[in-house]
Design a protein around this ligand. Sequence first.
Ligand code: UDP
Ligand code: MN
Length: 389
Amino acid sequence: MRGYLLSSTLYKGIFLLVIILITLEYLFGSVTESTNYVFNSTKPQKEDIDHQSQIRNKIVNEIRSNNIENSTLSITSTNFHLTNNSRSMARNLSSLAILFDVASSSEPISNSSKFQNRTTLPLCPDDPPNLVGAVPVIKSPVPTIEQLELRFSWLKPGGNYAPDTCNVLKKMALIIPFRCRGAHLLLFLQHMHPFLQRQLLDYTIFIIEQDGDGPFNRALLMNVGYVEALKRRNYDCFIFHDVDLLPENDKNLYTCPIQPRHMSVAVDSLKYKLPYRDIFGGVSAISTEHFRLLNGFSNSFWGWGGEDDDMSNRIRHHKLLISRYPPTIARYTMLTHKKDKPSPNRYDILKLGQQKFDKDGLNSLEYRVLKRREHLLYTWILVKVDVPS
Ligand code: UDP
Ligand code: MN
């Protein structure tokens, strides 16, 4: 009897347990399913990750093609301001990207590889929070390279930086045509690295030095910078920069807007006034695609002057517009130097150039790289160019 009671209780217990298990399985199964559907919190399959990265790339491309810019775009030729309403779109898209990233991340950040880490980061904000506005420009004392290397030890070799708290969409290459301006270069690097770091950019500084003492060809060197930089990495944006111009306001963002941007609008040596409407010299920003479309700069301007006006003509010829920040933002100090003698034939070459945009430029560029070094503060490329006889 006791044995009967015991086995009957046992059977009841087993029965109850089975019922509980079935109920649990039912509940648990549906929860997993809905979690999968809504939050995708289970470990994603490779196909899921591929799909998610496809979606992410689509978003990134969308942002790229919309040329998200956080600035007010000032089109000088029509003299009006377009307030870009893409800011909120960028914010929405970036939060979408964050969702996708979180969903595709199956490991804690610290366990992921460097690449995976970066994709789990949110997009960098379009209004970097650490900007200060007006920044002091230090013209002396000139620092040594060793001092700067110590101070900017956070750089990656080649003069590269990218924030590690957020993802930057567009990679920027800053190209400096250079010869015999050592002190200016040190002051430039001292000023620019913290400046660009605060703007939360992914950038690399390239110094393109012309070998020998023949006439200097600024535009040709900038073409070389474009070609050589793209051999290393898919840069989206190029900023062509005189070594002696130091920006006075960090709200002057070193990005490439929807139209080519003339950046050195108000220079102290020119009394902070734009000398003429179509000027495109000093500092300029052009997207990789536009620079290719324009066939780069002309290679025909030897000595001082003309090459920037030729670029301005190219921009107009291709029905692009020169955009500018307002002069209160796009302010620069020029480091002092002796003024070069203007090249006497620059107007003739400028005139002839109007018919040669598609023949003179990236597609006719000739040079030889003599040396190339990745210093901590910049990538240095020494170039030999043939001066026409
Ligand atoms: N440059 C250089 N060495 C030279 C001449 C020019 O490095 O001997 C480069 C440098 O980046 C400089 C830019 O070309 O800032 C423009 O030249 P410059 O400053 O002489 O032009 P300006 O200020 O008179 O327009
Ligand atoms: Mn100068």
